[in-house]
Design a protein around this ligand. Structure first.
Ligand SMILES: [Zn+2]
Ligand SMILES: [Zn+2]
Length: 260
């Protein structure tokens, strides 16, 4: 995605408008009428808050939200402030130590962690099981932990997480191939459930057969839905139909196929 953003190839409102004049081209976060790359990164006040929360502390005195300055920072050879910054979520592993009040897990258990390792536990968002909106949430990387250290993401050797944010890992699910379920999986599972597309007979369209798309196809098929994949890449047809058992495949660049 960083590459897409750097090359200005993201599907922003501004770029979508060139292909289809009927699409909504405004920013989904604020009232800005035209969503451009510069708006998203980070003229937009909403996305700028997220950017600041994520990297503000890490970048320290060189913190910036201006796109060209960010690119300059990324291309610098010396980045001492960020040299220990390891990203990643979708984390799986084995419990090596548990706190005295931990009840759900013991040493040796296989577990998974999504994007969060902590939250305040007392605000309305936490009470509603929407900890991802908690103003004191602690993400798996780049966030200050309770003891003042920083979370260092899924590539680090060890990670400390509250048991509330730890998932028990099924014995029959390989750690490596199951890991994407912790983000790509839940991101596609959640809307399928929320919009009632989790039953046999419903028709589900999946646009794009990438990291999320292929999981969406597998989940929708497991729910019994009739699945149509829309892709710009004709070469993915075999993977979609034979590998993932989608029912239909449509090349979205082919105007004739899109008529059907
Ligand atoms: Zn905006
Ligand atoms: Zn909270």
């Amino acid at each position: 995605m960083t590459w897409l953003a750097a090359k200005n190839r993201l599907a922003t409102g501004e770029r979508m408008e060139c292909w289809n004049t009927n699409v909504h081209i405004g920013c989904s976060f604020c009232a800005e009428l035209k969503e451009t790359r510069e708006h998203l990164f980070f003229d937009c006040l909403y996305s700028r808050q997220i950017w600041e929360a994520l990297v503000g502390g890490l970048m320290g005195s060189v913190y910036t939200w201006e796109w060209t300055n960010i690119l300059n920072q990324i291309s610098l050879n010396e980045r001492t402030d960020m040299s220990l910054f390891i990203v990643r979520h979708e984390i799986v592993g084995v419990v090596t130590e548990v706190g005295s009040k931990v009840e759900k897990f013991k040493v040796g258990d296989k577990v998974g962690v999504g994007c969060l390792v902590g939250s305040c536990g007392s605000c309305q968002s936490c009470a509603d099981d929407l900890e991802n909106y908690c103003p004191k949430q602690i993400l798996t990387y780049g966030f200050p932990y309770y003891d003042g250290t920083r979370t260092y993401g899924g590539y680090s050797d060890h990670m400390v997480a509250e048991e509330h944010f730890v998932l028990r890992w099924p014995e029959n699910l390989p750690l490596d191939s199951g890991a994407p379920l912790l983000c790509a999986g839940i991101t596609t599972y959640s809307p399928l459930r929320y919009f009632g597309l989790d039953k046999p007979g419903v028709k589900v369209g999946v646009v794009g057969l990438g990291g999320l798309g292929h999981v969406a196809v597998k989940l929708a098929k497991a729910f019994g839905a009739e699945v149509t994949v829309f892709s710009t890449t004709a070469a993915k047809k075999q993977e979609a139909l034979e590998g993932l058992k989608a029912d239909h495949f449509i090349v979205s660049k082919d105007a004739e196929q899109m008529q059907v």
